[in-house]
Design a protein around this ligand. Structure first.
Ligand code: F0G
Length: 353
């Protein structure tokens, strides 16, 4: 029987990597496009969710990490480093374990979700907590990689974008063409840049007849691409995108402008509302940052923007189980219902009788 082989083996001829590159894979990618009945009814569009939480470590980062780690290993690296708001470090640690090389992680102290920290630790990463934010961590990672024998695998490493662009390929391969609109959350801005690279490469090769408008959504307290200037103290409940100075700034701005798209921001409240609504209406539980695109689409619907008759893909970037503390803390009205181990008592408590 056929098993999905992971993004390198599935798309090798489309990846700009050395021929001799080994394949370090957890069979990432091949994630489902789930039809959103809820958002389709709300918008009058055909809305698809690209569910990236279904990747091996629970986020889209695995697509980039398989390529970055494989190329690093091919080049003889014995250690890798990244700065992270959590998901990149979880993914890098898993792929480094598979490659049997040493993972070193720099994260903003107290600002990453517990699930992601657990992943990095369990996979054997050395985790350094930095008194500072993600942007500080990225500066440190670059500094360490410049001066010591450790390969940088943040998305400033172009191999990350090579891997992440495969999500666009999968979407076009499944839908038969590119969608009209692609909506996604934006933090360090690597992913929107990678998607755009994938869409344009496929269009140039005749695999699609068009490219989508790229709509990037940031958190209001961390929205440098909306304001046009770095934010020195980014703040948002969506810790994954708590970033004030995105590394792929220029690529992302080019993606938005060349595609006829744009960047906008949603509030933390809109993000958490969208997270809950997506889970309750479509059965898809994503982490807060991952709901920013859905929140954006809801915002535009409320503003009267029409997507009727359009085909829209919304990338939901990471699994909801990554950050259960935030998910549970939004249920301020949560009260335990405790009963004796008795059918009648359970029926009574459930309002069934
Ligand atoms: N969604 C999730 C769940 C993320 O973890 C990230 C980025 C993004 C969206 C934004 O993607 O940075 O390519 O614009 N997380 C990085 C990390 C920064 O360290 O895990 P981007």
């Amino acid at each position: 029987a056929h098993q999905w082989r992971g993004v390198i083996e599935e798309y090798r001829s489309w990846l700009d990597i050395p021929d001799s590159t080994p394949t370090i894979t957890l069979r990432e990618g091949g994630t489902p496009l789930v039809d959103s009945r809820w958002l389709s009814e709300l918008t009058g569009a055909e809305v698809w969710l690209k569910v990236e939480g279904d990747n091996p470590t629970g986020s889209f980062k695995d697509r980039g990490m398989t390529v970055a780690l494989s190329v690093a290993v091919g080049e003889g690296a014995e250690a890798v480093v990244c700065a992270s708001t959590g998901n990149t470090s979880a993914s890098m640690a898993a792929y480094a374990a598979r490659a049997r090389i040493k993972p070193l992680v720099l994260v903003p102290q107290g600002k990453i979700a517990a699930g992601k920290l657990a992943q990095a630790i369990v996979h054997g990463a050395q985790v350094i907590m930095v008194r500072g934010n993600f942007d500080d961590c990225l500066r440190l990672s670059r500094g360490l990689a410049a001066d010591y024998p450790v390969a940088l695998v943040n998305s400033v490493n172009p191999m990350r974008l090579e891997g992440q662009k495969t999500a666009s390929f999968e979407i076009v391969d499944f839908l038969g063409d590119a969608p009209d609109v692609h909506v996604l959350p934006v933090g360090n801005a690597g992913n929107i840049s990678a998607y755009w690279k994938g869409y344009t490469e496929y269009a140039r090769a005749g695999r699609s007849t068009r490219t989508p408008r790229m709509l990037g959504w940031q958190a209001a307290g961390a929205s440098p691409l909306v304001s046009g200037a770095p934010v020195s103290d980014p703040e948002t409940v969506a810790s994954a995108i708590r970033i004030g100075n995105p590394a792929s700034w220029h690529l992302a701005v080019a993606a938005a402008s060349e595609s006829g798209g744009r960047f906008r921001a949603v509030t933390d409240e809109q993000i958490l509302t969208a997270q809950r609504a997506l889970a309750a209406n479509d059965g898809v539980f994503v982490e807060p940052a991952s709901a920013a695109g859905v929140a954006g689409l809801l915002t535009e619907v409320a503003e009267g923007t029409s997507y009727a008759g359009r085909q829209v893909v919304v990338t939901v970037t990471g699994h909801g189980l990554k950050d259960i503390d935030t998910a549970l803390s939004t249920f301020t009205d949560l009260v335990d219902t405790v009963v004796d181990a008795d059918v009648d008592a359970a029926a009574e408590a459930a309002g069934l009788r």
